[in-house]
Design a protein around this ligand. Sequence first.
Ligand SMILES: Cc1cc2nc3c(=O)[nH]c(=O)nc-3n(C[C@H](O)[C@H](O)[C@H](O)COP(=O)(O)OP(=O)(O)OC[C@H]3O[C@@H](n4cnc5c(N)ncnc54)[C@H](O)[C@@H]3O)c2cc1C
Length: 455
Amino acid sequence: MTIATRRWAELCPPNQPEQRTVFVDAPRSGRKRVVIIGGGFAGLAAARALRHANADVVLIDRRNHHVFQPLLYQVATAVLAPAEIAVPIRQLEVRQRNLSVVLAEVTGVNVASRTIEACAAGVGVRKMAFDYLVVATGMRPSYFGHDEFARFAPALKSLSDAETIRAKILSAFELAAMTDDEGERERQMTFVLVGAGPSGVELAASLAHMVKVTLHSNFRRIDPAKATIILLDAGKRVLSTFAEPLSRRVTRRLTKLGVKVLTGVKVETVDEQGVIADGSRIPSATVLWTAGVAASPLPKMLGTQTDRAGRALVDPFLKVVNASGVFVVGDAAWVMQDEHPVPGVAQAAIQGGRYVGRLIAQELKGRKVKRPFRYSDKGNMAVVGKNYAVLERGWFRTSGFMTFLVWALVHIRSLPQSQNRLRVRRQWLWSYFTGQRSSRLIPESPSVSAPASDR
Ligand SMILES: Cc1cc2nc3c(=O)[nH]c(=O)nc-3n(C[C@H](O)[C@H](O)[C@H](O)COP(=O)(O)OP(=O)(O)OC[C@H]3O[C@@H](n4cnc5c(N)ncnc54)[C@H](O)[C@@H]3O)c2cc1C
């Protein structure tokens, strides 16, 4: 059973129909209902674009918060705290009168009966009818058919993933400082990151900076600066979606930071001792997975063609063919533009969500939208530690300190609300000038705070 299906099964146990509360809500009289599944970049943009529409908008997410994923790696490396890059989705109800937020996991979509099934812990399954459906469920980590790796190599997709990774990294140094076994100390101080896309590169560089600057003088028995950080990728170069000259510059920069970059190397096994790559074992207590992604199971339920990653094929209006009023946006959509797929990035998700929200609003007014969706590429960026970032926009490429400043400004500006912007700016300035990272917390195990009689 995969991780995703196991979680669903826990929330909504199968074969126990008597435990399932099933009822169908009716929309408020005379109003159409737009159901949006997913409160990520695309889902929120669609909901906002519908704020003046004469419809009941229902936004369903299995998490109660929206996460600004581009800065997750900073939570994983203790620069930022989780709340600094997240906002409660429910807060939107205050600002948008036609919107209701539902905390539940959507487990089924029936296009023929125009209903979805959502499941909330303790409540059971709730069926809901829709007039319009927007699927914005994003992607989840993929271990390329090796889900067993997930136990030993957490991926970075949610706030809890980031906290797990942070605890793993910090615990490794604590254990390295405790042990007298030289081999074990080395294993604890070896970090292997699998996947050299933007997430892997940003995580590796931030970790390298943390061990050299923040943790360097924090231990008497070990020198964290001597940690080994390995970035592995089966492909020929890091940041394969960027132009080759930028890849080369990033590799040089990573090497300067002390990261060992190994490309063209295939990981065969991940277990509690580390990884086996190209037949050789690399002992490591901390393996992190930043390699693949796959769509959630929902797009497959729409009865449309999906690509290898499970994204739903949509027409140029982001509609599912032969399913009227059903749209897929963001990472979950497979949209072709100028013979290339629209990339799975935040900008594309925001633009797609906004487009579909506006299209539905127009249709509700009885108008037909004739202009198909057009993704406008604002450029790709990746940051490589302190003071260095790369930017590519069409033929324009640049890197260095000024690009780092642009990266910082763009990310501050893109954070969901002013509270996040203020807090992140303050943390970054503190961290930049002192080298400190204030979120270096390893959560206690639940047994520590259990009642004394249970211990
Ligand atoms: C670590 C990391 C770093 C990234 N860095 C960058 C970057 O620097 N720049 C950039 O442009 N892009 C970046 N991306 C990609 C970017 O975050 C995605 O392209 C974007 O989040 C896609 O938006 P979305 O709305 O389609 O999906 P998401 O933002 O993933 O949102 C999907 C939502 O759907 C919900 N959901 C899923 N399934 C269900 C279900 N069955 N029921 C209810 N709710 C469900 C999820 O809880 C989630 O809230 C990064 C991604 C990651 C993981």
